[in-house]
Design a protein around this ligand. Structure first.
Ligand code: ATP
Ligand code: MG
Length: 467
């Protein structure tokens, strides 16, 4: 990309912002991720600006300034309706805890600011007014050759800040870059620093990694360097674990390919990564076929995925989604499924999870590594059958029943409590088997029977204990 064509890609407001700094005797450069993404032809979402003006000076130069991170030299400037992070040039510093710089010190030199950045392609600055590119570590060359290289001594840089090794894995995937050999070697030598990185930051990097076309590139680096043994050792159990005739890949590679093939948002792709995490612990040999079986790997997998998602501090909703998808990822639609079978499946997996399961199943089918086209027929048939059942509008949740908890209390004199939910659920089972039963009078009658059966239960339990 020539310097002239680079300047054309910078929005006029950004040039205007830097021009204003210049009028006041200061300078502004675009730096970091926006330069990297612009030079590699990607869409730039945030234009970050570095300046030799102090935060207080920036506050005076612009009328609308929010002191977002003033202690670190960052303010947010509102300029022509957009927000820009404007950060005062900073110099090298010490990191005694492996996470945060001990103190921030401002410098007047853009090159010193670039020297403290992590990778060469993240250490390029452009003066939008003159179009001049400042690239002291030859980041453009590395970007062209798709090489990820630490600025300066990789081992030293990774020992300062443990997050950088994970950023390295992430950028290798998102930019489809190869690690420079010294940078790669430094990862496994600095894992003690990496161990200090918080789970939230690991989670954020996983999520950002999922925006890559093939996130497996990052996960392979995490595996071989030792990062994954710290953050998710459960996944390593699948490495080299041979499967059966339905799969050409080991469990690990299938997980990688399934994640790559999964056309979903980051959380869904994380579920794809983990979907077979239960296989290593459930593998057995069939007496009959002498081939491997993985009975209940979906249930066991859900039990393993839960603490992983909790450990990585996913929100409750995200964790529930990941665990549900692992638990329900296995289904084999056949022509024997009737409407009731489909309704039962929909109720079991949860209506809200169905679209996710379609995408996950398609990825699963596409990533077995077998010769010939993947057989997506069963999935297509299931989709069509679900659509038909949805059209019929039959009840799939207790909310769709012709009676509710209040009816049970008024009609049967029941008190609020778990019994109401139990009865409604049993009624739903009946209605799912036969939608014609979703009719008030017969539901009340059936509920009465169920209530009596339940009332009888504790006595039987007590008798059992006596006997
Ligand atoms: P993204 O925004 O996609 O996460 P990014 O590279 O823009 O990627 P930011 O966290 O926005 O990442 O950081 C902006 C810039 O700050 C980076 O490009 C890099 O120059 C520098 N930087 C960020 N994190 C670090 C770090 N841990 N060590 C050194 N420099 C860093
Ligand atoms: Mg950024």
């Amino acid at each position: 990309m020539s310097e002239a064509s680079i300047s054309q890609k910078i929005p006029t407001e950004v040039i205007g912002l830097c021009d204003r700094l210049r009028e006041k005797g200061k300078r502004g450069w675009i730096v970091g991720g926006c330069v990297r993404d612009m030079l590699s032809g990607r869409v730039v979402s945030d234009w970050d600006i570095a300046t030799d003006a102090l935060p207080q000076e920036v506050q005076k130069i612009f009328s609308k300034v929010i002191p977002t991170g003033i202690a670190h030299g960052t303010v947010t400037v509102l300029h022509h309706g957009k927000r820009y992070e404007v950060t005062t040039l900073r110099g090298e510093t010490t990191y005694s805890d492996g996470r945060h710089p001990d103190a921030v010190h401002f410098v007047g030199d853009i090159t010193a600011d670039l020297a403290r950045r992590d990778f060469t392609f993240n250490a390029i600055a452009i003066d939008p007014v003159s179009g001049l590119i400042i690239d002291p570590f030859e980041g453009r060359k590395d970007l062209e050759k798709k090489i990820l290289r630490a600025v300066g001594n990789a081992e030293e840089r990774f020992s300062e800040d443990g997050l950088r090794v994970l950023r390295a894995a992430r950028f290798a995937a998102t930019l489809e870059a190869d690690l420079d050999p010294d940078t790669e070697k430094a990862i496994s030598r600095t894992l003690d620093t990496f161990k200090k990185v918080s789970a939230e930051r690991v989670r954020d990097e996983w999520v950002k990694t999922m925006k890559a076309k093939r996130p497996s590139r990052a996960f392979e680096i995490m595996r071989t360097s030792g990062i994954l043994a710290i953050t998710c050792p459960e996944l390593l159990e699948g490495v080299g674990m041979e499967q059966n005739k339905h799969h050409a890949y080991d469990v690990w590679t299938h997980g990688m390919e399934c994640m790559n093939a999964c056309a979903g948002d980051p959380i869904l792709r994380i579920a794809a990564l983990l979907h077979d995490v239960g296989k290593p612990r459930t593998r057995a040999v069939s007496e009959k076929t002498k081939d491997y079986t993985f009975y209940d790997h979906d249930q066991v997998g859900a039990e393993i995925a839960h603490p992983i998602a909790a450990r990585l501090k996913f929100s409750n909703d995200e964790r529930a989604r990941i665990v549900d998808l692992v638990r329900h990822h296995l289904f084999h639609y056949t022509d024997e499924w009737n409407d009731a079978t489909v309704r039962r499946w929909m109720k079991r997996v949860g209506v809200d999870r169905i679209q996710d399961l379609y995408l996950l199943n398609e990825a699963d089918v596409r990533s077995k590594g077998l010769e010939g086209p993947p057989d997506l027929n069963p999935l297509e048939k299931l989709k069509a059958h679900v659509a038909k059942v949805e059209e019929q509008g039959a009840a799939l949740s207790t909310r769709d029943l012709a009676i509710d908890g209040r009816d049970l209390m008024t009609e049967l004199g029941l008190k609020p409590g778990p019994i109401l939910g139990k009865i409604l659920n049993a009624l739903l089972e009946d209605v799912i088997a036969d939608p014609a039963k979703n009719e008030r009078e017969s539901l009340v009658a059936r509920a009465r029977e169920l209530a009596e059966e339940t009332r009888a239960e504790p006595a039987t339990e007590a008798q059992k204990k006596k006997g």
